[in-house]
Design a protein around this ligand. Structure first.
Ligand SMILES: [Zn+2]
Length: 250
């Protein structure tokens, strides 16, 4: 086992340990999720204090202590910080939701190689996003995350009759089966409608890099409905309430 790790990291959460220290949970680019202790980071004078707050992009030097069976932070280089996320509550809650989602659903293995850049780019976009774009970056993150984790519903075909949903059609979200269904198959029960604009938006933007996708707009009503549907899908996957959703923060 390599006792010294050097890795790009994003802080998912941090907590105080007594007066002086902080415990952090980080998403690393190559080693998945790691818990570490930043000794002295709770004290104003330490170099590490102020650097171990959530969502900063850092290059970390970690040392594995086999006696205590934990990692300690030896040094940190700051790569990118996000004052916009720290100072604006709606952005902070979105970032907290992403962090909570990753902590609850991360399955390890090679997944962090894909999730790390997704989170890093999403935080970068969120940091400077104007209000109308905040819902879109949330949608982009979730849609891509669903793709990575294999839970993204098919939006090209009806989940019941398998017929193609054409680009000029709207569709319906069947919450119980986590699938999209066509107009012909929709039963009388109440379902969330995805406008054809919303469907077109998802189909088109998923092929683009995240920063390019942010240049594509969507009307606010379609965006709000997509957001609601995606949050329902997420809630179905996680199975128990995420704090950020339970408290209606996003
Ligand atoms: Zn159908």
């Amino acid at each position: 086992m390599n006792r010294n790790l050097r890795t790009d990291s994003i802080i998912l959460k941090s907590r105080r340990i007594g007066e002086l220290h902080k415990g952090i949970t980080i998403l690393t680019k190559s080693y998945g999720i790691i818990d570490a202790i930043a000794y002295g980071a709770g004290k104003g004078k330490s170099k590490l204090s102020g650097m171990v707050d959530p969502f900063s992009l850092l290059y970390m030097y970690l040392y594995y202590n086999p006696v205590n069976d934990n990692y300690k932070v030896s040094d940190i280089e700051q790569r990118r910080i996000f004052p916009g996320i720290r100072s604006e509550l709606p952005k902070f809650y979105i970032a907290s939701f992403w962090s909570e989602l990753i902590l609850k659903t991360f399955s390890g293995g090679g997944e962090s190689e894909i999730i790390y850049p997704l989170l890093a780019e999403s935080l970068t976009e969120l940091n400077t996003a104007v209000k109308e774009k905040q819902t879109l970056i949330l949608i982009q993150f979730i849609w891509r995350y669903l793709g990575i984790s294999g839970f993204r519903p098919d939006i090209e075909h009806c989940g019941r009759c398998d017929s193609m949903i054409s680009v000029s059609e709207s569709a319906w979200f069947d919450e119980r089966e986590n699938q999209i269904i066509c107009n012909k198959c929709k039963p009388d029960m109440k379902m969330l409608k995805i406008s054809f604009g919303g469907l077109k938006y998802l189909r088109h933007t998923v092929k683009l890099d995240l920063n390019k996708s942010m240049k594509i707009g969507l009307d606010s009503k379609s965006a709000e409905t997509l957001k609601r549907i995606l949050l329902v899908i997420i809630q179905g996957i996680v199975e128990y309430p995420l704090n950020t959703l339970k408290n209606g923060l996003i």
